[in-house]
Design a protein around this ligand. Structure first.
Ligand SMILES: NC(=O)c1ccc[n+]([C@@H]2O[C@H](COP(=O)([O-])OP(=O)(O)OC[C@H]3O[C@@H](n4cnc5c(N)ncnc54)[C@H](OP(=O)(O)O)[C@@H]3O)[C@@H](O)[C@H]2O)c1
Length: 281
């Protein structure tokens, strides 16, 4: 009689911060079949509290620490500089120190905003030059972990639905659905990233961890003006509501942004990221 031996591979255990956020919640939704996530939720797990971080992590069984938690309000960070640094820099240091002490793998989610948008395109080895407080805090976080952790940069993430937080795609779509004008910048590039693609790409990286930088971004950069028109067309909404506006005027009085942020990857040979037109959810 044949003996059937069931060899069950143990799922990689991933402790994750920011699992209630726009990006983290979708990662957990999509990858939970393949990986075991251990969500570390705010406020019980506050990354700014060293004691809480140490006491929670010291006895936790995990293979990878995926760090998404951040202060993410780009304009708000200009006024709340101290808080942005406390969460994004001190918080990252707090979790990284303990994870490194425990000899576990660490993945830090960062942003294409670390670049200045002046000489595109920007690859993994391009030199960061952050312009805003938020971008500075994220880059300081990178500096704490780089060489010893994986850094994954994303740009303008979007998804089909997530009521707690709007992304650029749903913000534009909802305005057009209400018949409201959309002022969209015509002299700027952004690189929209479909969160589902980013999540699956990240899944490949979980299985092939290396302490390097990766860009997991959409395959094409766009002018926001063109994006808004693509959205109007796709959902049969009134394209004439989309009005062009200059970069300078649109961001007047707000945090500085990288203007021509064509972010690309020369290292992603593991997952085909798609363009906005291919993935409009
Ligand atoms: N969204 C973007 O456009 C974008 C672009 C590029 C890169 N990123 C990066 O991607 C990551 C995820 O962004 P996101 O848009 O998904 O963020 P998000 O929706 O704003 O969520 C932020 C997450 O961080 C948690 N958090 C905030 N302060 C915390 C603290 N002191 N301790 C523990 N957790 C805390 C929040 O918990 P609560 O829900 O309880 O507040 C939430 O889960 C961030 O690292 C961000 O810098 C985002």
């Amino acid at each position: 009689m044949a003996v059937w031996r069931e060899t069950k591979m143990r799922k990689i255990k991933i402790a994750i911060t920011g699992s209630t956020g726009l990006v983290g919640s979708r990662i957990v939704e999509l990858l939970s079949n393949e990986f075991e996530f251990i969500p570390l939720r705010y406020p019980e797990f506050d990354i700014t509290r060293k004691d809480v971080v140490y006491n929670t992590l010291k006895d936790l069984l995990f293979d990878i620490f995926l760090h998404l938690a951040a202060y993410t309000d780009v304009d708000g960070a200009e006024k709340n500089k101290e808080l942005a640094f406390k969460v994004n820099v001190d918080g990252t240091r707090n979790v990284f120190e303990v994870v490194e002490f425990l000899k576990k793998k660490f993945i830090y989610i960062s942003t294409g905003f670390v670049f200045d948008g002046k000489n595109p395109p920007f690859f993994e080895d391009s030199k960061p030059n952050p312009l805003s407080v938020y971008a500075n805090t994220k880059y300081e976080g990178e500096k704490i972990v780089r060489g010893r952790a994986m850094i994954v940069r994303i740009e303008y993430p979007y998804r089909k639905s997530f009521p707690p937080k709007k992304d650029f795609f749903r913000a534009i779509k909802e305005r057009l659905e209400k018949g409201q004008e959309v002022f969209a910048v015509e002299d700027m590039f952004i690189t929209p990233t479909f969160i589902d693609d980013m999540a699956y790409g990240l899944g490949c990286l979980f299985k092939n961890f290396t302490p390097e930088i990766f860009h997991l971004v959409g395959s094409k950069s766009y002018r926001p003006y063109d994006l808004a028109r693509i959205i109007a067309k796709k959902f049969s909404l009134d394209e004439s509501l989309v009005k062009p506006i200059s970069f300078e005027k649109f961001f007047e009085g707000r945090a500085p942004r990288p203007q021509w942020n064509e972010v690309k990857s020369k290292k992603n040979n593991f997952f085909r990221m798609r363009s906005f037109e291919e993935t409009i959810p």
